[in-house]
Design a protein around this ligand. Structure first.
Ligand code: ZN
Length: 432
């Protein structure tokens, strides 16, 4: 007979409430700094759970306008749970992290995808579309997600942490701040911003015990923003870093100090609308081990990972190509620019989805959130880099294939937009 006495539950080392603002909770921080102390300590080989708020820290609601996306305070992101120290980890080691599971909270079976304003967050097409806030709310039923804001689709999520990394050393943090501030200096007044310097406003560290004032001030003044991925991992938004995968992180400080957040129920390669994944609050289960001297053994400049054996079977895809010519814009020829090629593939896919009756906002959100696969085709055939973007056909409840008579056009509603009705500007008609 099964009994509670001989069943050892996996311990939760960080608990949060997804309905409470992140800066009122412990075990959460939103900057990277080596003087942020460990909130919990685990032993190698021991499975443990970490609870995470959504990346904005409860700023976005389950409703039908995008005003909260428009007004989101981005100085307060990303809200990470941690840091967790792993006993015995030393600088130069490799921290092996098994992502055993990623689940939404039972009490919060929904998530969201957002298009951010040009002036507040942006996204891949922030300038081209002169982006105005829009969002889709997704309801979770087991492995599936569907949205009242994007009817006609339902897909299995490949849940993963958008952001996971070890803590930088003081030296590495200095390198980050110098090189990113250098880039900002090269692009004064850029919109959207090219990088984000340290920003004390909105900085938060929810330690177990209050930190000495001088240490807290140092963290706020110097702490690196969490927006970009870096050598330690961080906000890489790799959809295949899913539950069941194993990652190898370089260790820069004693204990490694692992932090995680920005959980995604699903995401397409590229996460193009900035907050393009299905963002959720949830629970992640880990097991860590250490390989001594792993940084040198594996020439580890950035993390490596092994993808999960679990992957939804969407073998049939409609694949769009893009080249490094801005034919949706001014027609300019670029030389081997894979970002331009990716944008063209995405704009071709959006134009196709519009022929099926989706609005541009819905199409942009869908390509960001669904298990879309993108690959670099060739990056040697000058001047055109070639990038592909594949939409799984099985996620639609109708036929999206090209047909002699054209596509099955039907009005399919609209995403959640601003309460003042303002949406972004069509391609080719952008005023600025
Ligand atoms: Zn995210």
């Amino acid at each position: 007979m099964a009994t509670a006495t001989n069943s050892k539950p996996i311990p939760t080392v960080i608990s949060v409430d997804p309905f409470v603002p992140a800066d009122q909770q412990k075990g959460i921080h939103n900057r990277w700094h080596p003087e942020i102390p460990a909130f919990a300590t685990v032993k190698p080989g021991e499975a443990f759970k970490v609870q995470c708020v959504d990346w904005t820290g409860a700023q976005i609601g389950n409703n039908d306008t995008s005003d909260d996306i428009r007004d989101v305070d981005l100085t307060k992101v990303h809200n990470l749970s941690g840091p967790v120290a792993v006993e015995g980890a030393e600088p130069g080691d490799c921290l092996v992290v098994d992502i055993l599971d990623v689940q939404p909270f039972e009490k919060m079976p929904w998530g969201y995808t957002g298009i951010f304003e040009l002036e507040n967050g942006g996204g891949l097409f922030a300038k081209e579309f002169k982006s105005r806030a829009a969002k889709a709310i997704w309801d979770f039923e087991g492995v599936y997600a569907s949205s009242r804001h994007i009817p006609g689709v339902r897909f299995a999520g490949v849940s993963h942490p958008g952001l996971i990394g070890t803590m930088p050393s003081a030296e590495l943090l200095k390198t980050w701040n110098e090189r990113e501030c250098g880039l900002i200096a090269e692009h004064p007044g850029a919109m959207p911003a090219v990088a984000f310097p340290p920003e004390p406003t909105g900085a938060y560290v929810g330690t177990a015990e209050p930190l000495p004032a001088d240490v807290l001030e140092k963290i706020m003044k110097e702490g690196a923003r969490t927006i970009p991925g870096r050598e330690h991992g961080g906000n890489c938004d790799i959809k295949n870093l899913s539950k069941g995968s194993r990652c190898y992180f370089p260790v820069f400080v004693p204990g490694a100090l692992l932090s995680v957040g920005d959980l995604h129920f699903s995401q397409g390669d590229g996460e193009m609308s900035f907050c393009g994944a299905i963002e959720m609050a949830g629970i992640i289960t880990f097991k860590c081990s250490i390989i001594k001297g792993g940084v040198d053994k594996f020439a580890l400049k950035q993390p490596l990972f092994l993808p999960s054996p679990v992957d939804p079977m969407y073998s049939s895809k409609l694949i769009f190509e893009g080249i490094s010519v801005d034919y949706h814009g001014d027609g300019k020829q670029y030389n081997m620019d894979a970002t331009v090629a990716y944008k063209m593939a995405a704009l071709n896919a959006i134009a196709y989805l519009e022929k099926l009756g989706y609005t541009r906002q819905q199409a942009y959100l869908l390509l960001s959130a669904a298990p879309v696969e993108s690959h670099v085709g060739a990056i040697v055939d000058s001047p055109n880099a070639c990038v592909t973007l594949g939409i799984p056909t099985g996620i639609f409840d109708f036929d999206i294939m090209p047909k002699p008579e054209g596509l099955d056009f039907k009005s399919r509603g609209q995403a959640a937009i601003r309460s003042d009705g303002l949406v972004d500007t069509p391609v080719g008609k952008n005023s600025a």
